[in-house]
Ligand binder design. Sequence first.
Ligand SMILES: C[S@@+](CC[C@H](N)C(=O)[O-])C[C@H]1O[C@@H](n2cnc3c(N)ncnc32)[C@H](O)[C@@H]1O
Length: 269
Amino acid sequence: MVGSLITTQNEVLVPRTWGTYWDKFGETLVRLLEIREGAHVLDIGTGGGSTLFPASRRVGPTGKVTGVELCEHCVGRTNGEIARCGISNAEVHPIDARTMDFPDASFDYVIAGFIGCDDYFDFTTNTFVAEDVLTKQIVRVLKPGGRFGLSTWLVQEDLDWMKRFFNDHGLECRTNYHAEHEDGWRAIMRAAGLEDLWFLEEAYRYTYPTLELWWKEMLDYDWFEGQKNSDVIDESMVQDAHRRIKKHATENGCIRFGRKAIFLTARRA
Ligand SMILES: C[S@@+](CC[C@H](N)C(=O)[O-])C[C@H]1O[C@@H](n2cnc3c(N)ncnc32)[C@H](O)[C@@H]1O
């Protein structure tokens, strides 16, 4: 009898996230937390999965990553990627982290990548403007000794550019992010009783392959209170934006901007 050798090659599928700076900053946050194999991780505001997927690789087959996300579309998309890539240790649920009902002390790590906090803390005066329900919940679900990791924005050059552009056209518009800082986060963490604070800042320059892609992403933001972008931005403004943005264009027509993030890790006593 003649035997035949059959070899199979397992294809490793890479999940599709939002890419660019999301992945870069997501990897940094997960690396800073030094998540150990077998751990149970809560990923708040999973979005496209830029922190969920690196965390799932770190915890391995004996660990688990639970994502919670407000946006139903993101939940469906990221669970779709989890299924497509055959990832068995991660799942995302349509849950608001402020009202999550996971048991007390059920996670070894909690991650919150760029989820925003402007509804309870004012970084210009360093004071609480409402009860910080979210951090209370984070502390409640963390095990004693468990670690929390957060990322947030210091600078988003492209959003700053857009705001200046609209202001030059005599239009009031949203900032679309609130620059935060270490002092404010120290106050929030101290009030919640989290310890061993550690901060890192990281800048990243990134490139949109075409001007059209950059403009499309900028119009994903709602710039005007109570009005659609299309009600305010006319064709002559589009042409002007395209003309002015040339300063950020590379020789081959890509659009380049920078973003700067701040990372924080802390520990529950
Ligand atoms: C800018 S995205 C960041 C996604 C991802 N964490 C990352 O670092 O790439 C923030 C996400 O947090 C979600 N989010 C904000 N507040 C939340 C809350 N209280 N509970 C669950 N998700 C929340 C938003 O719906 C949004 O998809």
